[in-house]
Write a protein that binds this ligand. Structure first.
Ligand code: SF4
Length: 424
């Protein structure tokens, strides 16, 4: 059986962070509801109107979430037949803020995945959670549903820094969420951090690293803020003081040094883990494994074919319903049917596959295998990339040891330059 990973996109957030260009929508009335929403998911049985009336006056938002959950369920079921020969090794609830979901919906959807897909017993099942959106009861419910890894978006331990980027939480709220998660029984927790934030200093970033490592999470992701065009932070960047290039570089170096000193091994350019806790799901992306995405705008790649779900709610709904219809017809006729809304797919050329193999694989500290390259593409890596490799070896940015080619410490520092060399 081939390995498969599943991604589930939950496009709802309490409100939009000022730097965010992800596919997510603000649900301003949701936070209180999210805390209280531990009730059973009513599923198909209850109409949207009834839910609205039964809820606490936040009809529209509740209706949207319930409706979205129903679509996810249909989509998961409709796609299952195609993946009969796959075993699911990881599931990732991302967003958005998946931890806004009540346990009822999560349990229902996890149950559906287990019923329709061959999930291995030791599968890694991650949920992204934002501080302040979970209760002890919700967290216990997630564990019952099979979530065994929590990824908490902290970003900074300084309230002013969090405020400037529009996060909904403060540091105290994060600490409470972290404590609740440990008490609920999460033994595998990631904490997301960000460097190069407006108003952040090298000293405050160092203190954030110090405070976080003292909590001993199993995994830490540390990315630099990227100002994306069209976001409020981008538009208002003149109003803020950002760390300069030198400070940003100091923060970058500090991350590796201080995390290494606390027992975290860098295994990807921006990801660090204690032994045995590397994120299996993300490794599938970097190692070009098969994954399918469910939900609004979710991306998939199976056997070098890539596609994405529609990113508009209306179009996504039409697509899911057509897939469900197609599946039902196929089951009745016990045959494959044509029809249904087809999504445009991109079939990756051999050259594109080789490029991805290099620039995704080299993100990982374990590097890329020359033998694997030969096995996959029938050519020696030196035959395809000889000139580029020689240049990067000479610049001491890459090193080749037996079967493995990987970044040197100097190469990690200028990884964007290195990766760009492999794009034709
Ligand atoms: S919590 Fe994440 S997805 Fe939601 S708005 Fe903030 S950055 Fe975007």
């Amino acid at each position: 059986m081939r390995d498969l990973s599943i991604y589930i996109h939950i496009p709802f957030c309490v409100r939009k962070c000022l730097y965010c260009d992800f596919l997510s929508f603000a649900m301003p009335a949701w936070q209180e509801e999210a805390m209280a929403f531990d009730r059973e998911w009513p599923g198909e049985g209850l109409s949207y109107t009834e839910i609205g009336e039964a809820g606490c006056g936040r009809e529209k938002e509740i209706e949207n979430v319930i409706r979205y959950g129903s679509l996810l369920k249909k989509e998961i079921i409709a796609q299952a037949e195609k993946y009969r020969d796959h075993q699911v090794i990881s599931i990732f609830w991302g967003g958005g803020t998946p931890s806004l979901l009540g346990t009822g919906m999560v349990q229902e959807l996890m149950g559906v995945i287990h019923r329709y897909y061959a999930v291995i017993p030791e599968a890694e099942v991650t949920m992204e959670a934002n501080p302040g959106t979970v209760t002890a009861q919700k967290l216990r419910g997630y564990i019952t549903a099979g979530i065994n890894r929590l990824s908490i978006g902290l970003q900074s331990t300084f309230d002013q820094e969090l405020k400037r980027i529009g996060r909904i939480h403060d540091y105290r709220t994060f600490l409470e969420t972290y404590r609740l998660a440990r008490e609920a029984g999460f033994h595998n927790i990631n904490i997301d951090l960000m460097a190069a934030l407006p108003g952040q200093s090298v000293a405050s970033y160092a203190e954030t690293l110090h405070r976080v490592t003292k909590l001993t999470p199993e995994h830490i992701s540390a990315y630099s803020l990227i100002l994306e065009e069209g976001t409020p932070l981008y538009e208002r960047q003149e109003e803020y003081q950002f760390p300069d290039e030198e400070e940003e570089r100091e923060m970058y170096l500090l991350t590796e040094q201080s995390l290494a000193a606390c027992g975290y091994r860098r295994y990807e350019i921006s990801n660090y883990a204690r032994k045995g806790y590397e994120c299996r799901h993300n490794k599938v992306y970097w190692q070009r494994g098969d994954y399918i995405g469910f939900g609004l705008g979710a991306a998939s790649m199976v056997g070098n074919v890539r596609w994405s779900n529609p990113s508009q709610f209306g179009e996504y709904e039409t697509y899911v319903i057509s897939q469900e219809q197609k599946e039902k017809t196929a089951l009745c006729q016990k045959t494959e049917t044509e029809g249904g809304e087809a999504l445009p797919v991109q079939i990756l050329t051999r050259q594109e596959q080789m490029e991805e193999f290099m620039f995704l694989g080299l993100r990982m500290m374990c590097g890329v295998s020359r033998e694997m390259f030969y096995k996959l593409y029938g050519q020696r890596i030196e035959k395809v990339y000889g000139t580029i490799l020689d240049k990067l070896y000479a610049q001491k940015l890459l090193v080749c040891e037996n079967d493995v080619i990987r970044l040197t410490p100097k190469g990690i520092d200028v990884s964007n330059y290195v990766m760009a060399q492999f794009l034709f």
